[in-house]
Write a protein that binds this ligand. Structure first.
Ligand code: ADP
Ligand code: MG
Length: 714
């Protein structure tokens, strides 16, 4: 038995390139590289996707056709021949085990090889699917292993053949790699290197969750042992690996979280000086969910540590008002608030809303966007720096250098999913450990938010304001256009408003813009001439955009033809119809956001999703999901399934980890357990100093690299 190596030595060993493993030539290495397997560690973590049960060796007389069977026999006949009908060449071997005979056939073969290997009298092990042709049973292209001359079956089995008499792994392989040869390479690697794998996961955690030690977990998930075989063992082995992966991820997040928590925050007092009058002015009562999350936020704001909270709530659940209430708490304490939104249109909408409420309370709000002229901007910047402005709403412009706050106490990021993870840090540095609230309407399945936003506390608004009806959604083909227009006209005649949205794909931006603007002209002149139609797209100058949005808010325009600039946040409760052209070109999250523009009042609302004839299979699936549910969480989960976690959050979310084994959709329970343990370890006072934890710290550093910024924590 070798002694367990140190973590560092183990790691270096496992980084040995696959090319230096015996039996892996340059060609084979290239093929392994294609599947992302370049070193020993990659190979250890490439698990079989299934196992073949080759434990029972059957007599030839007892072979069942249609099954994959294992049997032995002696070669009686070995010869080249041809099929009776198509005259195709083939090699046939007939084997006999005393109970009966069966024919083995190869349609692709090299004759010299067959002649040399398949010699009458040789004994072999065979595995393959048994087929029946009339009275004859055959196996085509079987897996075969020869017994040595004079060797009997007991001897053969005692040498632990890795392909027979046991559960045999089946690996997901790239083209050109054969299962049999890849299996042999994997077998060699597991045997030699799995015992060297080291995870410094604390022993008591391993025992608490009944996890296998890493070497055993790896060995069992590749080559499950026979004697103790049951599926639970394989599952336990795999779960142990999953736990290991999640644990280091969550430990990193926990330390990040602790990094923030260790900083001094600004403990606010909640005095209701502005919040109470605001509640009195609102035309509605807060929902229970809004009140609950507001309580969670206030609790954080009163603490001596900076808040770092994610507010999640489906489209239309009323996050804005919660943000405003939080802002007022900061302002009551004589601090400033920054609200950042992803688009100018949304920033302006927020500004108009906030401005109105703040003015009524005798407070000052300012707007800051990239398109403002220098002459507009300078006085705003000065007022912010002097502390004359209580609340600043803006786009990325707020995050830029040169925007200096006098006393920033709370930073709010709306529609967080449109930003990268790093924006939070930028905003935080605009003050002295200000509280941070990020909001998103893209409902992120819990497992994903635990990984990507795992360092944030989570508040969820899980209830819509009363009286909302689900938006009636129809995916329609071009043939239904006149019916859709009829419905639209009906709604407009009732005094309601509508959106018609065109996709904007970057490569063909021009032609799409053209499509939108031509459509708006045509709709205005030929189809809806009795209504007024406005056009809105990203290329318009801000004053023009403003004018159009204003006209739509006020009801002067009945139809807004737009590109996706209206996707997030826009709030016009009177709008009741959303028409999306080329709907198959949008992602599910986008479609859900777009649909969320309607159904904001108590009236029935409609969403028509036009699909083009070239709609893909995934496109159909997305549209089907939209028709089936209005529930943002279910949509997000479907989205995650269709696209996978990497694409789900888009490339901007640099924080999304790649798991080698874990599946964040299916392994949610293990994720929760690993997270709990990791957060406890991270709480330890001596985490950074205890020599017993030094390997754990090393392992963590390896997995996280520079993303962890230990320096800011220590
Ligand atoms: P989102 O969560 O998508 O940002 P908004 O904050 O824009 O949603 O709110 C959507 C609409 O619901 C707004 O018109 C808002 O005024 C209204 N609203 C918010 N809270 C309530 C409530 N408790 N009762 C009724 N209407 C509400
Ligand atoms: Mg919003």
């Amino acid at each position: 038995m070798q002694a367990t190596p140190s973590y560092r030595r183990s790691r270096n060993l496992l980084l040995t390139p696959l090319a230096s493993v015996q039996g892996v030539g340059p060609k084979t290495f290239d093929k392994f590289k294609k599947m992302g397997v370049e070193n020993i560690s990659d190979a250890l973590y490439t698990l079989p996707h299934r196992y073949e049960d080759r434990r029972t060796i059957r007599r030839i007389s007892a072979l069942r056709s249609g099954e994959r069977e294992i049997f032995t026999g002696e070669i009686r006949v070995s010869t080249e021949t041809q099929t009776s009908r198509s005259r195709r060449r083939l090699w046939e071997v007939i084997v006999d085990d005393g109970s009966g005979t069966i024919s083995l056939k190869w349609f692709h073969f090299r004759k010299p090889w067959m002649q040399k290997q398949y010699v009458v009298g040789r004994r072999l092990f065979i595995s393959g699917e048994v087929k029946r042709y009339g009275a004859q049973r055959e196996v085509h292209h079987p897996d075969v292993e020869f017994l040595a001359p004079g060797q009997d079956i007991e001897e053969f089995m005692a040498a632990e053949p890795y392909e027979f008499g046991r559960l045999v792994p089946v690996y997901p392989l790239t083209e050109g790699l054969h299962q049999k040869s890849a299996r042999k390479i994997f077998h060699g690697i597991i045997k030699q290197y799995a015992p060297m794998a080291v995870s410094p996961l604390p022993e008591e955690i391993r025992q608490r969750h009944e996890l296998l030690p890493l070497p055993e977990a790896l060995a069992q998930s590749h080559w499950p042992s026979n004697d103790a075989f049951d599926l639970n063992l394989i599952k336990n082995a795999r779960d142990s690996l999953v736990f290991d992966e999640f644990f280091y991820l969550e430990l990193g997040l926990a330390l990040k979280h602790r990094g923030v928590a260790l900083e001094e925050g600004i403990p606010f007092k909640v005095e209701h000086r502005y919040t109470k009058p605001l509640l009195d002015m609102l035309p509605f009562r807060l929902t229970n969910a809004q009140r609950r999350v507001l309580g969670e936020i206030k609790h954080d704001l009163m603490r001596n540590q900076p808040m770092n909270r994610l507010l999640q709530g489906d489209v239309g659940s009323g996050k804005t008002i919660v943000a405003l209430m939080a802002a007022l708490v900061a302002i009551e304490n004589d601090y400033q608030v920054a609200v950042v939104a992803p688009t100018e249109i949304l920033a302006e909408q927020h500004f108009l809303q906030f401005y109105r409420w703040l003015e009524a309370l005798g407070l000052k709000a300012a707007l800051l966007t990239g398109s403002q002229k220098k002459s507009e901007r300078t006085p705003v910047l000065e007022a912010i720096a002097a502390g004359d402005v209580d609340l600043v709403v803006g786009t990325h412009a707020v995050l830029q250098e040169g925007v200096d706050f006098c006393r920033l106490g709370l930073g709010i990021i709306d529609e967080q999913h449109r930003f990268g993870v790093e924006q939070r840090g930028v905003l935080r540095r605009k003050g002295e450990h200000p509280h941070i609230l990020v909001m998103t309407a893209t409902p992120i399945p819990r497992s994903l938010s635990l990984t990507v936003f795992g360092d944030l506390s989570l508040s969820v608004i899980d209830e819509l304001p009363p009286g909302r009806k689900p938006v009636r959604t129809h995916a329609v083909a071009e043939a239904k256009r006149s019916q859709v227009y009829k419905k639209l006209r009906e709604e407009l005649s009732k005094g309601r408003q509508a959106y018609i949205v065109y996709p904007l794909v970057e490569e063909s931006e021009k032609s799409d813009l053209q499509a939108a603007s031509e459509a708006s002209t045509q709709l205005q002149e030929e189809i809806f001439s009795e209504f007024s139609i406005g056009l809105l797209h990203g290329r318009m100058k801000p004053p023009e955009k403003d004018a159009v949005m204003q006209a739509f808010y006020s009801g002067e325009l009945q139809i807004l033809v737009a590109t996706t600039v209206i996707e997030v946040g826009i709030d016009v409760p009177n709008a009741s119809v959303m028409v999306v052209e080329h709907a198959e070109r949008f992602g599910l999250a986008q479609l859900h956001q777009l649909r969320g523009r309607v159904g904001r009042g108590g009236e029935e609302s409609y969403c028509f999703l036009f699909r083009s004839p070239q709609c893909s299979e995934d496109g159909f699936r997305r549209l089907r999901v939209m028709q089936e549910t209005n529930d943002g969480f279910r949509i997000a989960e479907a989205d995650l399934e269709i696209r996978g976690p990497g694409d789900f959050l888009g490339t901007r979310q640099a924080g999304i980890p790649d798991f080698r084994i874990a599946n964040i959709l299916k392994d949610g329970r293990i994720l929760e357990q690993a997270r709990q343990e990791a957060f406890q370890v991270a709480e330890r006072e001596d985490f950074f100093t205890n020599p017993e934890l030094s390997e754990l710290r090393e392992a963590l550093q390896d997995r996280w690299g520079s993303r962890l910024e230990f320096a800011t924590i220590g």
